[in-house]
Write a protein that binds this ligand. Sequence first.
Ligand SMILES: CC(C)(COP(=O)(O)OP(=O)(O)OC[C@H]1O[C@@H](n2cnc3c(N)ncnc32)[C@H](O)[C@@H]1OP(=O)(O)O)[C@@H](O)C(=O)NCCC(=O)NCCS
Length: 187
Amino acid sequence: MVENYKEILYDNETLSTPRLTLRKFRKTDAEDVFEYGSDAETLEFLVWEGLKTADDAKVAIVNYYWSRPGFFAIEREGKCIGCIDLRMLPEHEKATFGYVLNRAFWGQGYMSEALSAVLALCFEKLELNRVESEHYVGNEGSGRVMEKCAMQREGLSPQKEKIKGTFRDIVHYGLTRDMYFEKRRNT
Ligand SMILES: CC(C)(COP(=O)(O)OP(=O)(O)OC[C@H]1O[C@@H](n2cnc3c(N)ncnc32)[C@H](O)[C@@H]1OP(=O)(O)O)[C@@H](O)C(=O)NCCC(=O)NCCS
């Protein structure tokens, strides 16, 4: 892993994909963030309790999203349609991530496109050894996003967490540096 990972994150605060721009959040994203952050179906499999007002979204952007390196707004044609949040664990030379997309844009390959760009940042620029994440059973679309980006299903932890009153099984996914570059050589 590179030693100056904060500088690499700084230098890559904007990522481009064929249809999307991943960039820092702006105060003007508040209405868009409120749109997905207040939708009950979108929040079902998230620990996040969501947002009550657009003003809550603005406060979250200013106090938290904007200043967190690796916290990307996903922009499509000028609209913020979601976010992908890369969390570094430098002591293990690895990272994890979370993501959420406005429901109006589900099923069109957007999150797979965003995650591919973040994985390229992780392995090709930050030179991490591993990236991992997880999803709750029932939220199989999220597992499919990770599979489409070459991540491997590693196992299941039964009833691992109590989320919004329900015990949830968790499915773990991971991708090592070796697997990432092997996959890239073969495609
Ligand atoms: C999970 C989420 C980010 C996916 O975003 P997306 O842009 O729709 O994902 P993509 O279109 O790139 O890929 C979704 C894949 O899952 C598949 N899928 C969707 N629902 C599925 C289900 N119930 N079972 C199996 N596969 C499913 C889609 O068909 C697609 O695969 P395909 O391209 O092979 O057809 C989005 O649904 C979301 O924001 N959900 C709410 C927040 C959330 O759950 N975040 C993840 C927490 S772990």
